[in-house]
Design a protein around this ligand. Structure first.
Ligand code: IMP
Ligand code: MG
Length: 177
């Protein structure tokens, strides 16, 4: 799609599927007998979220929010903005934030602080991907799918300038034009 854009596979569809099933089992155990609110962080988490919630075999409700932090770049601008808020209050509820990736940690850190101020009963964080070497701020991720190297990745919901979200696997970007 982009010239000089080379994507090398990092996580295959099957690997993602089986890890998502494991995460689903962990969350099923944690939230059995509870009616959790599962929050999808748009847009990057769409694939992970829709696969993961089907692996959580307990009653839950779905909510969506959106944040922007990257503009059109592959580097974080450091500024996080809530561009779409939840439709319902979360006060007194068990909440799970479902993220695609934690890079600098700024987004998750912002979301945790923002949602905590609404007084949920509990707040659990889950991210499919985590780049430990890119972390800039303290941020606790309760459930992590894969730790990955500090390279830009696309696919399975993750984009570069809006593209590549529909790749069924996750690939590492080798060169940018
Ligand atoms: P953070 O605030 O730096 O942790 O970045 C979090 C957000 O940036 C994620 O929710 C993604 O939307 C985006 N992001 C971070 N790293 C990547 C990447 O390698 N590929 C695509 N999007 C990324
Ligand atoms: Mg995101």
């Amino acid at each position: 799609m982009f010239e000089n854009f080379n994507i090398s596979p990092l996580l295959k569809e099957e690997e993602i599927k089986s890890r998502v099933a494991e995460l689903g089992a962990e969350l099923t155990e944690k939230f059995k007998d509870k009616k959790a609110i599962a929050i999808c962080v748009l847009k990057g988490s769409i694939m992970f979220y829709s696969d993961l919630i089907r692996e959580i075999k307990t009653d839950l409700v779905c909510e969506f929010l959106a944040v922007s932090s990257y503009g059109n770049s592959t580097k974080s601008t450091g500024e996080v903005k809530l561009t779409l808020d939840l439709n319902n209050p979360i006060e007194g509820r068990d909440v799970i934030i479902i993220e695609d990736i934690v890079d600098t940690g700024l987004t998750l850190n912002y979301l945790v602080n923002n949602l905590k101020s609404r007084n949920p009963k509990s707040l659990t964080t889950c991210s499919l991907l985590f780049k430990p070497d890119a972390l800039k701020v303290e941020c606790s991720i309760d459930h992590v799918g894969f730790k990955i190297p500090n390279d830009f990745v696309v696919g399975y919901g993750l984009d570069y300038q809006g593209h590549y979200r529909n790749l069924p696997y996750i690939g590492q970007v080798k060169s940018l034009n």
